[in-house]
Design a protein around this ligand. Structure first.
Ligand code: NDP
Ligand code: MG
Length: 357
């Protein structure tokens, strides 16, 4: 188990839940980094007394430096500052930055042979082949935080080297999932940033919430799983599981399927990444299976969720194509959130970007 962490993206959904885990386990926080939310960073720095705090936005960093003067906390700025935080020696670096901005710190930590608790799935989508090769060379350990990948990682602890036949990656289906294709498409036609952000089971940052509504999130997770577990896309099946209780499963050669179940609470996979290979009481609530009731599984409708189909088509094409998919999606989601394009345009935008390579 780790005794200290460096936390990148500390002000976000995963970042704040990671600090809940640190409070529950009494872990030391050596460094914090975020984009620009210095109000929250100041409170976090005051509570956790890290050696350094890095703020990507230079003006925000200057303002935070003034506020923290005399506290003994070093304040760094810009991408260079975030990278210096990533280089700090620690038990585990938690990368909870959103989007492809998370890649550079992942590469840095992988190069240095660190243990990385990786929430930033984009790192493994835009440059997964490179990240995994660097980690193999340096001996860096990458422990997934994404709930599906943490589930698979947990299932594999009992595999004793046996070959995986396939992975079952579960998906909630997001806020627009309907009983029929017609109902789904109708909900999507009326989609606004507000309705796209209202996820039924999880409270997450804006980008991943919209990705869940288009199911591009599952597409990115497909590529993430290929890189982490060294599998092909056709060895990974996506199933809709509306209740988000079965977080994913592994099928072995003999037909046995081992799954990990839990309450839909990210603090459990975050904590496992920090206590691995141990398990400790912590911040997440226990699972009440009787209260959860029926658990259902169905195949996704790729016509209603073309982003998932696009990810399946792109997944086998290597880092460059996956990077185009991921970065185009990031731009499209931010345009959708700014009200500049409609919900269906997100997929069209990504499709057009892929057509150009
Ligand atoms: P949020 O949008 O809630 O938080 C993003 C964090 O990244 C914030 O702390 C933000 O700082 C920081 N940040 C943004 N840009 C930079 C930058 N250039 N340098 C340093 N910090 C930066 O996102 P989430 O917590 O939801 O997601 C984080 C990652 O985890 C994503 O890759 C997502 O896919 C993944 N993930 C999230 C899950 C969830 O439940 N939320 C589940 C599984 C995976 P600031 O706010 O100050 O701008
Ligand atoms: Mg996930």
């Amino acid at each position: 188990m780790t005794d200290s962490i460096v936390l990148l993206g500390s002000t976000g959904s995963i970042g704040t839940q990671t600090l809940d885990v640190c409070r529950a386990l009494g872990l030391r926080v050596s460094a914090l980094a975020a984009g620009g939310n210095i109000g929250l960073l100041e409170r976090q720095a005051t509570e956790f007394h890290p050696e350094l705090v890095a703020v990507y936005d230079e003006n925000a960093a200057r303002a935070l430096e003034t506020r923290l003067r005399g506290s003994g906390v070093r304040v760094l700025s810009g991408e260079a500052g975030v990278l210096e935080a990533a280089r700090l020696d620690c038990g585990t670096i938690v990368n909870a930055v959103s989007g492809s901005a998370g890649l550079a710190p992942t590469l840095e930590a992988a190069r240095l042979g660190r243990r990385i608790a990786l929430a930033n799935k984009e790192s493994l989508v835009v440059a997964g082949e490179r990240v995994m090769a660097l980690a193999r060379e340096s001996g860096a350990e990458i422990i997934p935080v994404d709930s599906e990948h943490s589930a698979i990682f947990q299932c594999l602890q009992g595999a004793r080297g046996n070959k995986i036949k396939k992975l079952i990656l579960t998906a909630s289906g997001g806020p627009f999932y309907g009983k029929t294709r017609k109902e789904t498409l109708l909900k999507m036609r009326n989609a606004t940033p507000e309705t796209a952000l209202a996820h039924p089971n999880w409270s997450m940052g804006a980008k991943i919430s919209v990705d869940s509504a288009t199911m591009m999130n599952k597409g990115l997770e497909l590529i993430e799983a290929m890189r982490l577990f060294d599998l092909r896309a056709d060895e990974i099946e996506v199933l809709i599981h509306r209740q988000s209780i079965v977080h994913s499963a592994v099928e072995f050669e003999d037909g046995a399927v081992i799954a990990q179940l839990g309450a839909p609470d990210m603090r459990l996979p975050i904590q496992y990444a920090l206590t691995y290979p141990q398990r400790l009481p912590g911040a997440a609530p226990p699972l009440d299976l009787a209260a959860a009731g029926a658990l259902t599984f169905e195949k996704p409708d790729l016509d209603a969720f073309p982003c998932l189909a696009l990810a399946y088509e792109t997944a086998g094409r290597g880092d460059h194509a996956c990077r185009v998919l991921c970065e185009a999606d990031e731009r499209a989601v931010s345009m959708f959130l700014a009200g500049e394009i409609g919900f269906f345009d997100i997929c069209e935008y990504v499709k057009a970007a892929l057509a150009n390579i």
